[in-house]
Design a protein. Structure first.
Length: 505
């Protein structure tokens, strides 16, 4: 077993040399919200970083993860249980903590960082302020002390959102209903915030909904599932957007060598939060929701519909939905991911055949044909990873080959060498070696321009237009913008064409 572990570590160290960084994600189970997080993470993660995903409920995954700790640069833990599982290993490198409702439950260490994904009440008040810009009264009722702490956050934030936050404690359901009835009768309540509290049973929520329609006030919740009961709006995490930001944090740690203590726990921003509204409920409550917020809510619902069609293998319908989303939000990570997957699935058979031919040409060093075929694949499917990687390899090797032809031609035919260098650069614009050699060779040959120019003129005057064009082309290889060479070349071409026209009459 020790021998096998040593071999595994050696293999992982080899992998470490291939990738710039290695990270692992440990998550509880493969559910939809975590999948969305991973999609976002992958969308921003640098291609040179190797990503491996492990599940907390799979003992083999945990064993494999433990064996890889030495070569990992970063671990992302999703949820409290995942964090505690990594903490017990003594992992000292950066641990990015994700999707924990209250980050303060964890004792801070300088190798911990991430995003504080708890949506503060101030965000709910901010959205409410967009819906009701005027002064407003917000009521909330609790029974448990921990619920009171949540409500107090709203109490301390209300002034900046043109609000007055009323917090009251109820003893039981009967007391709750009396209190709601009394306050809505005696005050012009604009909104009711539903805190996390056992008092909010289905019965009491339905009571609130009925009253909100009679008294015209909004019902705010953190749970989108409650919107179906008739509550007005909720806020939830945009899991793919949060995942994308974790990818950016990983990139900073791996490539910019940022430390967790420099990053700390970043607060959520507006784009990290999804606003969902029950427009039917809002209409019954006579609450006017701004069109922009309705559009934002609809966009999220549409994306979920697209995902459902994707997993039902109705790819054409799903693709239309995601295209519609991308027209309004071109950087939407979920829509981009699923569009990529749909195109890959729909074109797989076609692109696989072309890819096999491209690989045959590549293995036989027929770079020109191989490059044409990989470009053909990327026109069909711009997201084809294998074709993109092969295309890049061909470009580098083909360009280097042409450069070597240029090196071998310098003494025998320096003008042919220039052509090879130009072709090498045309294939790969990042070939700095070919650029430098071209620059040096042109500088060496510049001294020949006056003599070549005179030779070209002599041919031209003797009406040897074909020969003069060849000479002027040599000058233009050395100095592409040479004015006299261009003028004489164009004149010679005109004369040559005129002669050909007379002959062909």
């Amino acid at each position: 077993m020790k021998f096998i572990n040593k071999i595994l570590i050696i293999l992982l160290l080899i992998a470490k040399t291939i990738f710039a960084g290695n990270i692992a994600v440990l998550l509880p189970e493969p559910v939809s919200i975590y999948q969305q997080f991973i999609i976002g993470l992958q969308s921003s993660l640098n291609d040179k970083i190797s990503l491996n995903i492990y599940y907390l409920n799979n003992p083999l995954d945990i064993q494999n993860l433990r064996s890889r700790l030495e070569v990992l640069d970063v671990i992302i833990t999703i949820g409290l249980d995942a964090y505690y599982k990594i903490e017990e290993t003594g992992f000292k490198k950066p641990i990015l903590i994700a999707l924990i409702p209250n980050i303060h439950l964890i004792e801070y260490k300088n190798n911990l960082c991430g995003i504080d994904t708890r949506i503060p009440i101030s965000e709910y008040l901010s959205y409410l302020n967009e819906i009701i810009p005027e002064k407003k009264i917000i009521l909330t009722i609790y029974t448990k002390e921990e619920s009171k702490l949540e409500a107090l956050e709203g109490y301390y934030s209300d002034i900046q959102f043109n609000s007055f936050f009323i917090i009251k404690k109820a003893n039981d359901s009967e007391d709750f209903k009396k209190m709601v009835s009394s306050y809505t009768a005696n005050y012009n309540i604009d909104a009711f915030y539903v805190v996390d509290d056992p008092i909010y049973t289905i019965e009491n929520l339905k009571y609130l909904v009925d009253l909100s329609r009679k008294k015209s006030f909004a019902l705010i919740t953190k749970y989108d599932s409650l919107l179906n009961l008739g509550l007005t709006f909720s806020l939830n995490l945009n899991y793919s957007q949060v995942g994308r930001k974790y990818g950016e944090i990983v990139n900073k740690i791996v490539f910019q060598h940022n430390k967790c203590e420099e990053i700390f726990f970043q607060p959520l921003k507006k784009e990290d939060i999804i606003f969902q509204v029950n427009i039917e409920a809002a209409n019954k409550q006579k609450i006017n929701i701004p069109e922009e917020l309705v559009e934002r809510s609809n966009l999220y619902k549409i994306s979920q519909l697209g995902i459902d069609f994707f997993y039902k293998e109705k790819y054409s319908i799903a693709e239309k939905i995601f295209n519609q989303i991308l027209e309004k939000d071109p950087q939407n990570p979920l829509a981009l991911y699923f569009k990529k997957e749909i195109i890959t699935l729909k074109t797989k058979q076609q692109t696989d055949n072309v890819l096999n031919n491209a690989l045959k040409h590549y293995n036989n060093k027929n770079y020109k044909e191989a490059l044409t075929l990989t470009n053909q694949i990327l026109k069909i499917n711009p997201y084809h990873e294998e074709a993109k990687n092969l295309n890049l390899k061909i470009i580098n090797e083909y360009s280097n080959l042409l450069e070597s032809y240029g090196d071998n031609s310098i003494k025998k035919d320096p003008y042919m060498a220039i052509k090879y260098y130009l072709d090498a650069i045309d294939i790969n614009s990042n070939n700095d070696s070919a650029k430098n050699k071209l620059f040096q060779l042109r500088n060496q040959l510049k001294i020949q321009i006056p003599k070549l120019l005179q030779t070209g003129k002599n041919y031209y005057e003797k009406r040897m237009y074909k020969e003069s064009i060849e000479i002027f082309n040599k000058i233009l290889l050395i100095e592409p913008g040479h004015r006299l060479a261009l003028e004489y070349k164009n004149l010679a071409i005109q004369k040559l064409n005129a002669i050909r026209n007379i002959i062909n009459r």
